[in-house]
Write a new protein. Structure first.
Ligand code: HPA
Length: 294
């Protein structure tokens, strides 16, 4: 492991102690626009905000640079079970010019500071009109076509030598089926349209051409975005349990949606759906915490 990662893990543990919480049981990454929910809504009854931390405080990380990605962690403790969920508002991306290993630092360090379960969310373009704008797609699997992988280089190891996972980690079940099913039930109960599908991760930052969208759809892929796959790879390597969720913010280019796709449109859809999604995540967290054995 790199020294800044080791220092970041120590800092997280120190912060958990200072906030008076145990290492969070669940870490939810809120992608494009979804973190804005916290501007207009707060946690439901039964939860306490115990602390906040900006990405920029972790050695080697800088604040997020993309609008809609505020770059902070919020730690909410569930009063009844005393378990904590971390909401990560925003993330870093490869298209910002950052190496994969830096992009995944937030979740790598959270995992190694004691968190075992993660939900990775993003905004994505639908590759089929069957997945409507404003609906949610639970990730069954992904295709990493970014051309990069966060495990390139020496296999990450703790200081002293022990590796954190296999050199060639298995990726046969990246997204945990039972966690996904439980999450799906929560979303449906809250009246949100839910499908399951395969997410295609590209580097960006340009959106796809109509020909690319047509090709990816023919390959049987369901939604396309510019994040998530690196975090999923490193977390599986480390043995974490993960679920993934795309908010369908637009139809893929050429599928009959907007003629001129732009980031503002993606953020606008995120904003509309954000409160419902975040409230559902609090309910999902409560259920995970009160049924700890599952
Ligand atoms: N393509 C790639 N990334 C995206 C899209 C898209 O259509 N929408 C939101 N993120």
């Amino acid at each position: 492991m790199k020294s800044n990662e080791v220092e970041s893990i120590a800092l997280l543990k120190k912060k958990y102690a200072a906030f008076g919480i145990s290492p969070p049981s669940l870490h939810i990454v809120l992608g494009s626009g979804l973190g804005v929910a916290f501007e207009t809504t707060d946690a439901p009854k039964g939860w306490d905000l115990r602390g906040e931390l900006s990405f920029g405080e972790l050695p080697g990380l800088k604040a997020a640079t993309v609008p809609g990605h505020s770059g902070i962690f919020k730690y909410y403790e569930h009063q009844e079970t005393k378990k904590t969920v971390t909401f990560q508002l925003g993330r870093l991306h490869g298209y910002e010019g950052l190496p994969a290993r830096q992009v995944i630092q937030t979740v790598l360090c959270a995992k190694l500071a004691g968190t075992e379960r993660f939900v990775l969310t993003n905004a994505a373009g639908s590759l089929s009109t069957k997945f409507p704008v404003g609906s949610v797609m639970l990730l069954k699997d992904h295709v990493n076509m970014t051309g990069h992988n966060p495990l390139v280089g020496p296999n990450p190891a703790v200081p002293g030598g022990q590796v954190l996972g296999p050199r060639f980690p298995d990726m046969s079940e990246v997204y945990d089926e039972t966690m996904r099913n439980r999450m799906g039930v929560c979303f449906k109960k809250n009246g949100i349209v839910v499908n399951e599908g395969v997410y295609l991760g590209l580097l960006g930052p340009s959106f796809e051409t109509p020909s690319e969208v047509a090709l990816f759809a023919r390959w049987g892929l369901d939604a396309v975005g510019m994040s998530t796959v690196w975090e999923a790879i490193i977390l599986r390597h480390l043995g974490a349990k993960i679920a993934g969720l795309s908010l369908i913010s637009n139809l893929g280019c050429g599928l009959g949606g907007s003629k001129n796709l732009n980031h503002e449109e993606v953020l606008e859809e995120g904003k509309k759906a954000a409160v419902g999604i975040v409230q559902t995540f609090f309910e999902f967290s409560r259920q995970e915490f009160t049924n700890a054995s599952r």
